[in-house]
Design a protein around this ligand. Structure first.
Ligand SMILES: [Mn+2]
Length: 269
C-alpha cells in the first residue's frame, strides 16, 4: 500500500488522471491525500469532485478555493472573474459536493508517519497541538448547523495577527486565513495577505523560515510561485502551478519520491 499526496489540482482533472497512472496508483490498496484547492481556475471541476467523492477514505485539507466554492454555492458570494466552478454549480451533484467538502479538515496530522498536511501553512506562533486544536474550532463550525453564518463572514484579511482573545467570526476568519492563505508572516504571527505571491513584503518572511516550536514534517500547497522549493527538508511544497501551465506534482509518502506531469494548458487568466 502506498500513499500519494497531491498538490493543488484546481480542476485539472486530465492531468490528475495522467499523474495517477504515472504513479501506478492502485485504487484497491493505495490512499490519496490532497493539500487542498481541489477545484477552481482549472477546466474540469465536476469531474475532479466526482472522482474524489468515490475514493475510499481520502485525506483532504481544504484550500481557499474550496472554501470560496462553498460560499458561492450557498449564494453568499457572487463569485469572481476567473472562477470555473459553474460546472459543479449546475450539476445534480452540487449539494453532495457541498456536504462532502464541509466535512473536511483544515489541518491533518498522521500519527503513524508523522506528516502534517495543510493547504497554506502553519504560523510559527502555534505548535502542532495548538494548531490542531484551532483548526478543529473551524472544522466544527463548517460541519455544523450554523456554517452558513460563518461563510458569510469568512472573506477578508483582518484580523491579520492572531490574538488568543479573538472571538466569534474574527477568530474563525483569522484561523482560516492562516491555514488556507498564509505565505508571509512575522515572528509574532502577523500575516501579509495583500501582496503578490512572489514578492516578499518588507519585514515579512515565508512562514516556514521561522524556527518551529516542534520539529514537523509538513506537506503544503497554495504557493505555486515556490515551484516546490522551500530549501527545508521537512517542509514540502507540492503546488507546482498546474493551473498556471506548469506541472502537477504528487509525492509518495513511503519513499519521498516525487512524480509530476506537465499541464495540458494554461488555465489562469
Ligand atoms: Mn490556495
Amino acid at each position: 500500500m502506498s500513499t500519494y499526496v497531491f498538490g493543488d489540482i484546481q480542476g485539472c482533472f486530465d492531468e490528475f488522471e495522467k499523474l495517477l497512472l504515472k504513479c501506478q496508483y492502485d485504487r484497491e490498496v493505495d490512499q490519496i491525500w490532497f493539500v487542498g484547492d481541489l477545484i477552481n481556475r482549472g477546466p474540469k471541476n465536476l469531474a475532479t469532485m466526482k472522482f474524489i467523492l468515490e475514493l475510499n477514505d481520502p485525506v483532504i485539507v481544504l484550500g481557499n478555493h474550496d472554501l470560496h466554492f462553498l460560499a458561492v454555492a450557498n449564494n453568499i458570494h457572487p463569485g469572481v472573474r476567473g472562477d470555473t466552478i459553474q460546472d459543479i454549480l449546475d450539476s445534480a451533484e452540487r449539494d453532495d459536493i457541498v456536504e462532502f467538502l464541509r466535512q473536511q479538515k483544515l489541518l491533518y496530522h498522521d500519527k503513524t508517519t508523522g506528516y502534517t498536511l495543510v493547504h497554506a501553512g502553519i504560523p510559527p506562533i502555534w505548535d502542532l497541538h495548538k494548531a490542531l486544536s484551532l483548526a478543529n474550532e473551524v472544522e466544527s463550525v463548517l460541519s455544523g448547523p450554523d456554517y452558513v453564518s460563518f461563510l458569510k463572514e469568512m472573506h477578508g484579511n483582518e484580523p491579520s495577527t492572531w490574538e488568543e482573545h479573538l472571538t466569534g467570526n474574527d477568530r474563525l476568519r483569522a484561523i482560516t486565513n492562516y491555514f488556507t492563505r498564509l505565505r508571509y508572516c512575522k515572528d509574532n504571527g502577523a500575516m501579509e495577505l495583500k501582496h503578490k505571491a512572489n514578492i516578499q513584503p518588507d519585514g515579512f518572511s515565508p512562514w516556514f523560515d521561522f524556527p518551529a516550536e516542534d520539529s514537523k514534517e509538513i506537506l503544503f500547497g497554495h504557493w505555486a510561485a515556490l515551484d516546490g522549493v522551500t530549501e527545508k527538508e521537512n517542509i514540502i511544497a507540492l503546488d507546482t502551478g498546474c493551473v498556471w501551465g506548469r506541472t502537477l506534482t504528487a509525492m509518495r509518502l513511503e519513499d519521498g519520491r516525487l512524480f509530476s506531469t506537465p499541464a495540458l494548458g494554461s488555465y489562469q487568466l
